[in-house]
Design a protein around this ligand. Structure first.
Ligand SMILES: Nc1nc2c(c(=O)[nH]1)N[C@H]1C(S)=C(S)[C@@H](COP(=O)(O)OP(=O)(O)OC[C@H]3O[C@@H](n4cnc5c(=O)[nH]c(N)nc54)[C@H](O)[C@@H]3O)O[C@H]1N2
Ligand SMILES: Nc1nc2c(c(=O)[nH]1)N[C@H]1C(S)=C(S)[C@@H](COP(=O)(O)OP(=O)(O)OC[C@H]3O[C@@H](n4cnc5c(=O)[nH]c(N)nc54)[C@H](O)[C@@H]3O)O[C@H]1N2
Ligand SMILES: [Mo]
Length: 782
């Protein structure tokens, strides 16, 4: 119990605050994205981290037809013509981060104990360089020491075999794993006997997958890049493309040039939504760029369900040309009950939830009513909320009402995060696999896969915490830092019998690790893969279901590194023996692709299809032929009650988001150029009205305390308040520093996604201690 009597979380050492934070400076936010500055930043970093030869080799093959797929996001590559520099500033940062010359090997671990590493920041840990040797922390030891690959595999094999039930093992995947590695990894888990295959999707677009699967029958988006180019209205909800999907700005620019309008819906006026200077064009390097959003609705956090119900209401009331009655009639069910529901709109509730005026909502509805080809895009600002699935279903309702699925220039466009997160799911990384997938797996490999559902990411933490799971294996990622309730997640990991991290860089999950812990170093996307003595390539699927090959060219960071495929095969052989031909798979990835072709729906002839330059696009019934694989064979209108979330007086809603200088838990640097932040991440963006209302001023320091129904005191200390144009009552701060505030049990209905964009907090004044930052200065170049 805390001194105040509130129950507390287990004590786990917290990472320290970066000393650089004492130099934090705050300037005005930027009003446009990219331009010359972006080119300078990316090239400067690439040269510093990789040197000139590797920079040229890596950046010139990035996203080229015979090159490697950028690992920074899942945005698709253009078909046909590609620029020589077909990448963005943040893609170049990701490549440089992987290509660094610094390495972390046995000498490093001899020098740095785990106690020492626990006292380092996340930024410091990853910055040390690439992992080069398999390492083990033996039970009771404070150091990692080298281990041979053979001994590491044998240890994993014997630990798995010794479990009382296969469900005591958890197989986590981050969305960077290739299709080949992912396919083998789910095969390993299921042949072992469990569907415990949580992945980063559970924290990301799970709400999308659930919302779309239950309405249009497919959990994936229904557009191609061409559709964006041809749209006459693009709605961008809950997304910050200037930072997280910068190449999307090129698509928005093309669409604008073709006459499209853009409606952005976001609590924050993100620079990338406002104006774009395309660095690939001379005009972009020097000129004023393209204005993007025609209308920005600065909505309150979580107001989107109400907004879309109001838009649906207005479109229905307008009758006439806004509605595609023929589509509704031919392809949908449930229209009448939805219409009856939407007619009875509680206007006061809508205004309270959205914080918008009725005139603004009418204007937005008018943009939809007067458009013929509409694409709806969304990301984490939508999916990481309690009512995320309902909101996505409401996007679908409006899209169905207007017949915007399965025609050129229109559709649903969830913008995925990790570069292969969609492919991993296609390959069977899913704790709730469909029966058809398991049947085909059984027929191909001759074993009966488990049918009961496995743990998603949050359940995996609970199972480890409660001792129902004992072994945790991660194919990439940084589970401890990415998951909510850091203290609970870290303690759960520290309590497990064995953790295995297949990783490229050192991170918190190697520090808050199991009693016995393995680090298995792997090749990254940029690196040459000569597994089995031949040049291997892998395949990935982007956010628009396009599948293609990826091949790295750079020399691996060290001679001992193995590919993810080889590592999964090594574990498979040790744990399961040779009923499955693991050595053949590792010897030639084409043999894996042949199996994928026979097992994975939509992948017939996979091995051949990916040989064609540019690859192929996965079939998608609604997009291709307005065929909806739902029980009724039609797309489904759904009714969601409108419940407006409120917070107690004096409390604020915190959204946790990304800076321009990070990739998820990987912190490249402490700046956020577009939001005017330099040399610091412990900031809370807050409105002038809330500052005044709560008696604070810009520059004050506060501790954040989150409030949740379990009464536990969750806190994150010492943040500088930054006055910012965010709606009253809604504040924002960076992830993962604020993950300790997100309760593990605060999850979206139906999808279980942690509500990283809805955390109720109160602010408590604190002594700045590490920082003496004064008032906002205007002299910081952005
Ligand atoms: N450079 C870089 N690229 C990345 C990543 C990265 O960390 N760095 N991460 C990758 C991954 S895994 C993902 S999932 C994506 C993430 O891409 P984004 O979803 O763009 O990421 P976030 O930073 O979480 O931004 C969420 C946005 O939603 C807005 N928002 C928050 N709450 C609400 C709300 O209630 N309603 C509305 N309408 N908007 C809201 C926020 O203001 C913010 O603009 O990016 C991928 N690409
Ligand atoms: N509060 C809050 N929490 C969030 C979010 C949020 O918006 N707010 N967003 C959530 C989202 S959308 C996501 S997707 C998750 C991300 O969760 P994860 O995917 O688990 O985390 P990452 O930070 O992307 O993982 C980084 C690590 O991956 C490893 N890595 C990098 N490249 C490779 C590779 O090629 N192979 C292998 N094997 N390993 C590699 C490196 O060791 C690196 O340290 O976080 C979620 N957590
Ligand atoms: Mo994500």
């Amino acid at each position: 119990m805390s001194p105040a009597g509130a129950p507390m979380h287990p004590a786990v050492p917290e990472p320290p605050i970066d000393p650089e934070e004492s130099r934090l400076r705050v300037g005005p936010p930027a009003d446009h994205a990219a331009g010359l500055k972006a080119v300078q930043v990316s090239l400067g970093r690439a040269l510093r981290q990789m040197g000139p030869v590797k920079t040229a080799r890596n950046l010139l093959t990035l996203n080229q037809v015979d090159g490697f797929d950028c690992m920074s996001c899942a945005w698709p590559d253009p078909q046909g013509h590609r620029h020589t520099a077909e990448f963005c500033e943040n893609g170049a940062k990701a490549v440089s981060w992987e290509g660094v010359r610094d390495t972390v090997g046995p000498a490093f671990f001899a020098q740095h104990s785990l106690t020492d590493l626990a006292g380092r920041t996340d930024h410091w840990l990853e910055k040390q360089g690439r992992l080069t040797h398999p390492m083990i922390r033996r039970e009771g030891s404070d150091h990692y020491e080298p281990i041979s690959w053979g001994d590491a595999f044998a240890l994993i094999g014997s630990s798995l075999k010794a479990l009382a039930s296969p469900d005591e093992a958890i197989f986590y995947t981050s969305g960077r794993a290739s299709n080949e590695a992912a396919f083998l990894y789910q095969l390993l888990a299921r042949a072992f006997g469990t569907n415990n295959l949580p992945d980063c999707s559970n924290m990301c677009h799970e709400s999308t997958s659930v919302g779309l699967a239950s309405t249009i029958g497919v959990g994936k988006g229904s557009v191609s890049l061409q559709d964006l180019h041809e749209a006459d209205l693009i709605v961008v909800s809950g997304q910050n493309p200037g930072t997280n999907h910068p190449r999307m700005l090129t698509a928005l620019e093309i669409a604008k040039r073709n006459g499209a309008r853009i409606l952005a819906i976001n609590p924050l006026p993100e620079a990338g939504l406002l104006r774009f200077d395309n660095p690939q064009k001379p005009r972009g390097l020097a000129g004023h760029g393209t204005g993007l959003a025609d209308k920005l609705l600065q909505i309150r956090s979580n107001g989107d369900l109400a907004l879309w119900q109001a838009i649906g209401h207005l479109l229905v009331a307008a009758h006439g040309s806004a509605i595609d009655s023929a589509f509704v009639e031919a392809y949908t069910v449930g229209f009448e009950s939805w219409k009856a529901h939407i007619r009875e709109l509680d206007r006061e509730a809508v205004l309270a939830a959205t914080g918008l005026t009725w005139a603004e909502i009418e204007e937005a509805a008018g943009m939809l009513a007067t458009s013929k080809r509409i694409v709806h895009c969304w990301a984490m600002g939508i999916t990481q909320h309690h009512n995320a699935v309902a909101t996505i279903k409401e996007f679908v309702n409006v899209a169905l009402l207007q017949g915007m699925i399965g025609k050129p220039g229109a559709g649903l466009c969830p913008v995925r995060g990790h570069s292969n997160v969609q492919g991993d799911r296609t390959m069977g990384i899913w704790e709730k696999p469909p029966a058809i997938f398991l049947d085909r797996l059984r027929d191909e490999f001759g074993f009966e896969p488990p049918r009961h559902h496995g743990h998603d990411a949050a359940d995996a933490v609970r199972a480890l915490r409660d001792g129902r799971a004992k072994v945790f294996i991660a194919l990439g990622g940084n589970f401890v830092a990415a998951m909510p309730d850091t203290a609970v997640t870290a303690a759960a990991m520290r309590g497990s019998q064995l953790t295995v991290q297949i990783s490229t860089k050192l991170n918190r999950s190697h520090v808050d690790a199991g009693r016995t812990a393995l680090i298995l170093p792997t090749l990254g996307r940029t690196e040459r893969d000569l597994t089995g003595g031949i040049v291997q390539r892998v395949t990935v699927e982007d956010s628009m279901s396009a599948v293609h090959a990826s091949r790295g060219r750079s020399a691996p960071a060290g001679p001992l590194l193995r590919s993810e495929v080889a590592i999964v095969c090594g574990i498979g052989a040790a744990a399961l023996g040779d009923d499955i031909p693991w050595p053949d798979f590792a010897g030639d990835y084409d043999t894996i692709r042949e199996r994928i072709g026979r097992v994975v729906p939509g992948c017939d002839g996979y091995a051949d299809k990916i040989r064609t330059a540019g690859g192929f696009t996965m079939p998608h019934g609604p997009r291709d032929s307005r065929t909806f694989p739902t029980p009724s064979g039609r797309a489904v209108f759904t009714v969601s009650p409108l419940a407006v979330l409120t917070v107690p007086p004096g409390r604020l809603v915190l959204q946790t988001l990304r800076s321009h200088d990070q990739f998820n838990t990987t912190i490249y640097g402490l700046d956020d150029r577009y939001r005017g932040i330099k040399s610091g991440r412990r900031v809370v963006f807050i409105s002038a009205a809330d500052l005044a209302g709560l008696g604070f001023a810009d520059g004050d320091h506060v501790d954040l305390i989150s409030e949740w129904e379990d009464g536990i005191e969750r806190r994150a200390d010492r943040f500088r308040l930054v006055e910012y144009p965010t709606p009253k009552g809604c504040v924002a701060a960076y992830y993962p520093e604020t993950n300790p505030l997100v309760p593990l049990d605060s999850q979206a209905a139906e999808s279980g996604t942690p509500t990283s964009k809805w955390v109720v907090v109160r602010l408590v004044a604190c002594d700045p201690r590490i920082s003496q930052v004064g008032a906002r200065t205007a002299d910081i170049p952005t």
